[in-house]
Design a protein around this ligand. Sequence first.
Ligand SMILES: [Zn+2]
Length: 84
Amino acid sequence: MLSLRRKDLVCRQAVELVTAYLEDALSRRDRRRFESHLRECPNCSAYLEQIKMTIELTGAIEPEGLGPEARVDLIDLYRRWRGE
Ligand SMILES: [Zn+2]
């Protein structure tokens, strides 16, 4: 379901995978791609840290805590960082 056909992740894909990554729901291949993207991309690394902080504050990855609305907010935040 989350398999990506492209060789390299672009930021938009990485953002979409953050939650699955933290839930350990990625395939090994996608996880590797995600992690290699993070190494090259300070923006996505910062974004992941932000999500981790959110999770620490809420205690867990919960549907209510990181639901679609929260995710949209974070993606908006991320876009502002990127200057989009
Ligand atoms: Zn990125």
